[in-house]
Design a protein around this ligand. Structure first.
Ligand code: ADP
Ligand code: C5P
Ligand code: MG
Length: 193
């Protein structure tokens, strides 16, 4: 999307921490013509960018499993969309709360067509297991530890689930059973595109 001359197509990708959003998005991006934008990765990048005025705030939010204010997140997403040269995006890990959704609607909804929401449905137990394993495998993330995961799960239940329920209500959601292995999950994903 070098400019907003053509309306960009967006798929929101939601699911608990460790549900497999990133894994499946990179497969979708390989197979279809989407650019994968991981909101968490964009925030981590900004958080560690030298000279960023948001570095400390982002790190603090991540360590506590809290959601960063949408003005920061939406700016990063818009910048990444504009510099991608593409017009089709998987927006992974967004919108995570009402503030995210409201901010997006104010700033972006006139410029993009949101196609649908891909929801990776996964039990809390499996989510936690996958994140802890990711941490042990050297993710280097400050939030793949049990203490932060408890907070991330709380945030997910309190603030993200209502957004998922909202999209379910509008009929814009496609739900994937994220429990099986990645190949089986992708087989379900493929049939939704
Ligand atoms: P998210 O982006 O939703 O946090 P990731 O895609 O990073 O999730 O996956 C979390 C961890 O679980 C990673 O280490 C990944 O390799 C692993 N993983 C992803 N999908 C599956 C799956 N279907 N079964 C088992 N492990 C998975
Ligand atoms: O999606 P991911 O697990 O990479 O997100 C990691 C962290 O990034 C979240 O726990 C949260 O602190 C932050 N985040 C956010 N707003 C989003 C997505 C992620 O604040 N929309
Ligand atoms: Mg991820």
């Amino acid at each position: 999307m070098s400019s907003f001359a053509t309306k960009a197509k967006v798929v929101f990708v939601l699911g608990g921490p460790g549900a497999g959003k990133g894994t499946q998005c990179s497969r979708i991006a390989d197979r279809f013509r989407f650019t994968h934008l991981s909101t968490g990765d964009l925030l981590r990048e900004e958080g560690s960018r030298e000279g960023s005025q948001y570095g400390t705030m982002i790190e603090e939010h991540m360590r506590n499993g809290k959601i960063v204010p949408v003005e920061v997140t939406c700016s990063l997403l818009e910048k990444a969309m504009k510099s991608s040269g593409n017009s089709m995006f998987l927006i992974d890990g967004f919108p995570r709360n009402q503030d995210n959704l409201d901010g997006w609607n104010r700033r972006m909804s006139p410029k993009v067509d949101m196609q649908f929401v891909l929801f990776f449905d996964c039990t809390e137990e499996v989510c936690v297991k996958r994140c802890l394993k990711r941490g042990l495998n050297g993710s280097g993330r400050i939030d793949d530890n049990l203490e932060t995961l408890k907070k991330r799960i709380q945030t997910y239940n309190k603030h993200s689930l209502p957004i998922i329920q909202y999209f379910q209500g509008t009929g814009q959601m496609k739900t994937i059973d994220a429990g099986p292995d990645a190949d089986q999950v992708f087989a379900q994903v493929e049939s939704t595109f």
